[in-house]
Design a protein around this ligand. Sequence first.
Ligand SMILES: [Zn+2]
Length: 149
Amino acid sequence: MHIVKISNWIIKVNTDETTEFYTKDDYIDCSCDYCKNYLLCCDIFPEEIHILFNELCISPKKEGEIMHFNENENGTHFYVPFYHLSGQILSLSEFEFIKQNRKIKIKKLDMLHDYNIEFTESLSLVPENFPEPIIEFSLSLNLPWLFNN
Ligand SMILES: [Zn+2]
């Protein structure tokens, strides 16, 4: 277990459980061009995003749901990938609580340079047998087009 602090977020990461899940999990195998391009972009993520994935024990080429939204006028593409990790959100002071289907959603956007990160306990598309408790982590970012079809 370790604690990750990112701006106002304080996240407890169950490192052993999360690492074990990602070690066993397969690479994202979607055959669409958007996912193929995203996987190439994982290798050129900014240093701080690499560090963040390492701290969260997530392998960005695995498990995640990759959502592609649009191509920007400058030729970059807007993506929102999200992933799961085993752990807890500890810092609640500035968080927004939204009652939703008897669940409490904890949400905060944090702008770091030109991408957003978000942690929530409101989960979707969690893989079977993912170690609980679970947090969902998402990124919103613009990426170049690297894939040649
Ligand atoms: Zn795809």
